[in-house]
Structures are given as C-alpha cells and as structure tokens.
Ligand binder design. Structure first.
Ligand SMILES: C[S@@+](CC[C@H](N)C(=O)[O-])C[C@H]1O[C@@H](n2cnc3c(N)ncnc32)[C@H](O)[C@@H]1O
Length: 258
C-alpha cells in the first residue's frame, strides 16, 4: 500500500491513514453495528425488508459488531447479511481448507468458520495485532478458535511464503483493494478444481462505473474486475449484495473458446 501521504511505519496505523485517505476503499455511509443492509444499491425500505427477512446474527456476532462499532474503522466490517451468505456458501461447499485475506476484527472469519465441516480449517491473513485480538476473543467465545489459524504480516508475503500444500476450496479476499490482483494471482494456482474465490467491495459503492473516479482503490478494483471477467480459468458472477461481491469458481478445465 504505497502512498505518498501514508507516513507511519506501524501496519495498523498505515491502514488507518489509508482508510482516512480513501485509499483502502471508497468511504460509505453505514449503519453501525452490523445490523441493517449496507447495500448502496437498495433504497432504505427494501434494505430493511431484506434484513427483516434474513436470518439475524446471533449474540456473539452482535457483540462483535458492537465492539467493532466503537472503532473509527468500523465500516470495514462485512454487514450481517454478507456474513450469513458466507456461512451458507461455506456450509454448502463443505470446504476442507479455506483462507481469508483481510480479517479485521474477525466477523467474516467467524461466519466462514461456522460453516466449516468437521476437520475443516480457515487460515486468516492480516497485519493488525490490535484488531486480531478482538477477533480471537470472539472466535474463542463462539467455539471456533480451534479451526482458525491466523498469520500476521503483509498478506502477499504470507501467501508467497505458504508451503506448496495446502490447497484451498474457498477463499475470501477483503484486504487492501489496490492489492486484489496480487492476492488473486497468488491464490488461483492454489485453488482446487471447483474451489471458489469470493471477493468483497467489487462495486466500490458504484464508483467502478464512474470513469472519472481516480481513487486508487477504485482504479485497482475496476481493472481487477475487467481482468477477472476475461480469465478463462474461472466462471464468475458478480452480486449486488453489500458493496458488491464476486464469486469466481475455478474451472476444472479452462473455458472453451478462450
Ligand atoms: C475491510 S477489512 C476486512 C474486514 C473483515 N473481512 C470483516 O469482515 O470484518 C480489511 C483488512 O485488511 C487488512 N489489511 C490491509 N492491508 C493488508 C495487507 N497488506 N496485508 C494483510 N492485511 C491487510 C486490514 O488490517 C484490515 O483488517
């Protein structure tokens, strides 16, 4: 995350500065606390209706959202409905190995971990000791900490340093947006056939279709989306949930005609 105005050497502080500068992602108006749809693409009434007709988060998730809401970076947490979708997808796919790039205070990781079958594992990558401490506490409380491994450090380095095994059945990318392409490139060869890579914030609150937006996150995500749609190794669907979520399935064989 190189930026001329980001001066701090502490990773967590650098991310704070990046978030404040809008480098991390486009800022959004959110309902703090994880409840309520955060979709930029639905009006308030429909958003509320959608939330009312989805399974609500339980007490641990609600408490985690409440703790996260006290942080200036609270908006980085995935909203409740996206967390539920992650649990449903994980439980349906029943992956043996999963990985998350960008864990923050652990909400999405907890949702993935809860969907894991017996013996399934989640590897979380983040840079922040401070935010991870909140995550660990809530994973412990939810009874899932024994299936989660957390590695602190720049995610691209952690991914590059991984041993040849394991490979993954499900990956969730939600760290610094300017590095999405790098994370994807490192992950694709590690995905098992039919494994899915789920990518957050792919619509950047609509800025991806505003050609004049020069926010580095928007420029990077727009280019990432373009390359992903043309990648013959995967089948891709982009959903308008929350800030846009892409699901890319690694094809057992590359698409014909590409
Ligand atoms: C949008 S938040 C993740 C939100 C999380 N998925 C959740 O549901 O709460 C992005 C996270 O990426 C992490 N991050 C940013 N740059 C990173 C990097 N270069 N390597 C690893 N993690 C990074 C930040 O520390 C932050 O916790």
């Amino acid at each position: 995350m190189e930026h001329p105005l980001i001066m701090s050497t502490s990773p967590a502080q650098r991310i704070r500065e990046a978030t404040a500068l809008g480098v991390e992602t486009v800022r959004r108006e959110v309902t703090r606390g994880g409840r309520g749809s955060k979709s930029a693409f639905l009006n308030g009434k429909i958003g509320a209706y959608l939330t009312e007709h989805s399974s609500p988060p339980d007490e641990v998730l609600d408490d985690l959202s409440a703790v996260t809401a006290t942080l200036p970076e609270a908006e980085m947490q995935v909203p409740a409905e996206q967390g539920t979708l992650l649990t449903i997808l994980t439980a349906s796919i029943a992956p043996g190995r999963t990985i998350e790039v960008g864990t923050f205070t652990g909400y999405s990781a907890l949702c993935i971990a809860r969907g894991l079958p017996a013996g399934g594992r989640l590897l979380c990558l983040d840079v922040s000791e401070e935010w991870s401490a909140i995550a660990r506490k809530h994973w412990e409380r939810a009874g899932v900490s024994d299936r989660i491994d957390l590695v602190l450090g720049p995610a691209a380095d952690s991914l590059a340093d991984l041993a040849e095994e394991p490979t993954f059945d499900l990956a969730f990318i939600d760290a610094d947006k300017v590095s999405y392409q790098r994370y994807y490139d490192l992950l694709v060869p590690r995905m098992n056939p039919n494994g899915v890579i789920i990518v957050d914030n792919v619509l950047q609150y609509g800025a991806v279709v505003r050609p004049r937006s020069e926010n580095p996150a928007v420029v990077a995500v727009r280019e990432f989306n373009r390359l992903l749609a043309a990648d013959s190794r995967v089948q891709v669907v982009m959903l308008p949930i929350a800030d846009g979520l892409t699901i890319a399935r690694k094809l057992p064989f590359p698409r014909e005609g590409d």
